[in-house]
Design a protein around this ligand. Structure first.
Ligand code: TRP
Ligand code: SF4
Length: 405
C-alpha cells in the first residue's frame, strides 16, 4: 500500500493533444518532465477530454494528435519505464470524480477563473459558452486530485487552475474529512507513533495552532511522512489534526512553475503554432535548415559590410538558447564589426538545433514504424493510472455516501 508520503511527492501533468510538438514544447515543458521523472513518481497524460472542450465540433484530429504527441514525448526522452504515460479518457474515474466534485463546487469559483473569459474572448469563432468549458478547470482538478499529486509542473497560464484545485481540495476535506470521534481517533493515532515522536508531534501542532508557526507545520508534515507504522487513514487524520479539525483526504497540490520558456520562434515572437513560426521536433533536417536560413535578421544589415546589432535580430535569441559563451562572443563582435555574415552566424544555430533533434528523431523512428509499441506503452500506463484512480475513488465514494452495498 502506498503512503501519503509517496502521494505527496507524486508529479502529475497533462497536455492537450495538439499534434506534432515543437521546440517550444521541448524547452518549455518536456525537458522539465524528463528531469522530474528520475526524481519523483510521475504521471503524464494526454488530456483528450480537455481538447474536446474547445474542439467538440471537430474531434477528427484528436486521435491522431494523441498518437503523435505520445511519440514526441518518448522521442524527447520521457521514459515509459520511469513515468506513467496514459490517456485521460482511458481512466474514466476522472469523469466520476469530476461529477462528484461538481456537487459542491460553487459556480462563482469557476466563473472567476481568468481563462474562462479570456479564452472566450480570444477564440471568438467558437461557441465556448458551454457547460464543458466552464467545467474545464474542475476537470483539471479531478485529474490532479485523483493521484493526490503534490507537484504539478505547469506554465504560467495554468497556475490559476492549480490554485482552484487547492480550493476544491480544501472544501472537499472540510466537508468530508469530518468524522465522528475524529479527535479520539487522532489521539489514538498519535500514540502509535511512539513516545518520542508523539511528543514532538504535539509540540509542533501546538506551535502551529497557537503561534501560527509555519515551519512547525512543515516539520510536522515531514514527521508524518516518515511514519511507517501508521495506516493511510491515521496519517490523513494526523495531517488534518496538525492544522485543523478533519482528515486530509485529498492533499492540496503545489504548482511547479516551469521557467518561462525563452524559446523564440522563427520570427522572434514566442514559438507557437498559432503564429506559424515553429520548428517541429520531427521536421526533416533539410526543412529545419531552410527555415532557419530564411529567418529575418537585423534589417540594418543589408550588405555584408553593414554592421548589425544582435539585440535587433531574432537569430541572436536562438544563440541565447543554443550557443556557448565563445560562440555568443564571436557573434556579438562579428555582427557589430560586420566581420561575420548572417549565413555563417546562422550556421552555428543550424548545427545546434540539428544536434538537439537528431537523437529525438532516431528514437521516434521505432515508434512510428510500429505503432503497437506506443499502444502498449499507453495501455500499460493507463492500467497503472487506473489502479491509483480506483483506490482514490473508493475512498471518495465512501465519504460521499456512495458505498452502500
Ligand atoms: N489545461 C492544461 C493545459 O492546457 C492541460 C491539463 C489538463 C493539465 N489536466 C491537467 C495540466 C492536469 C496539469 C495537470 O496545458
Ligand atoms: Fe543577426 Fe547574426 Fe546577422 Fe547579426 S550576424 S544580424 S546576429 S544573423
Amino acid at each position: 500500500m502506498d503512503t501519503v508520503a509517496a502521494k505527496n511527492s507524486r508529479v502529475l501533468s497533462g497536455m492537450r493533444p495538439t499534434g506534432l510538438l515543437h521546440l517550444g514544447h521541448y524547452h518549455g515543458v518536456l525537458k522539465n518532465w524528463v528531469e522530474l521523472q528520475h526524481e519523483y513518481e510521475c504521471f503524464f497524460f494526454v488530456a483528450d477530454w480537455h481538447a474536446l472542450t474547445t474542439h467538440y465540433e471537430d474531434p477528427s484530429v484528436i486521435a491522431g494528435s494523441t498518437y503523435d504527441m505520445v511519440v514526441d514525448w518518448l522521442a524527447a526522452g520521457v521514459d515509459h519505464n520511469a513515468a506513467n504515460i496514459f490517456i485521460q479518457s482511458r481512466v474514466p474515474e476522472h469523469a466520476e470524480l469530476y461529477t462528484l466534485m461538481s456537487m459542491f463546487t460553487p459556480l462563482g469559483w469557476l466563473e472567476r477563473v481568468p481563462s474562462y473569459k479570456d479564452q472566450q474572448e480570444k477564440l471568438k469563432e467558437k461557441n465556448l459558452a458551454t457547460f464543458g468549458f466552464l467545467g474545464y478547470p474542475l476537470l483539471q482538478s479531478a485529474d490532479i486530485l485523483m493521484y493526490k499529486a503534490g507537484i504539478v509542473p505547469v506554465g504560467e497560464d495554468q497556475v490559476a487552475h492549480v490554485e482552484l484545485t487547492r480550493e476544491i481540495a480544501g472544501r472537499f476535506n472540510h466537508l468530508y474529512g469530518r468524522e465522528p470521534g475524529f479527535e479520539e481517533k487522532a489521539k489514538a493515532a498519535i500514540k502509535k507513533m511512539g513516545k518520542k515522536n508523539a511528543k514532538l508531534y504535539n509540540n509542533l501542532r501546538r506551535a502551529y495552532q497557537e503561534k501560527g508557526d509555519h515551519e512547525a507545520l512543515d516539520v510536522g508534515r515531514a514527521l508524518l511522512e516518515n511514519q511507517q507504522n501508521l495506516t493511510i487513514s491515521d496519517q490523513e487524520r494526523l495531517f488534518g489534526y496538525l492544522e485543523g479539525s478533519g482528515r486530509i483526504i485529498l492533499p492540496e497540490p503545489q504548482s511547479l512553475l516551469t521557467k518561462a520558456s525563452k524559446m523564440p520562434g522563427l520570427d522572434g515572437q514566442k514559438m507557437s503554432k498559432s503564429y506559424g513560426n515553429t520548428i517541429a521536433l520531427r521536421d526533416t533536417p533539410d526543412a529545419v535548415e531552410k527555415a532557419l536560413n530564411k529567418m529575418p535578421t537585423d534589417t540594418a544589415r543589408v550588405r555584408l559590410t553593414d554592421p548589425g546589432e544582435p539585440g535587433r535580430c531574432p537569430v541572436w535569441q536562438f544563440h541565447e538558447v543554443y550557443s556557448n559563451s565563445e560562440v555568443q562572443e564571436a557573434v556579438q563582435v562579428g555582427c557589430r564589426e560586420a566581420s561575420i555574415g548572417c549565413i555563417q552566424c546562422k550556421s552555428y544555430v543550424v548545427d545546434a538545433v540539428l544536434a538537439e533533434i537528431k537523437p529525438m528523431q532516431e528514437r521516434a523512428k521505432e515508434y512510428t514504424e510500429d505503432s503497437s509499441i506506443v499502444r502498449n506503452i499507453i495501455a500499460e500506463g493507463s492500467e497503472k493510472a487506473r489502479d491509483v484512480a480506483k483506490e482514490t475513488m473508493e475512498e471518495v465514494r465512501q465519504v460521499m455516501g456512495l458505498a452502500f452495498r
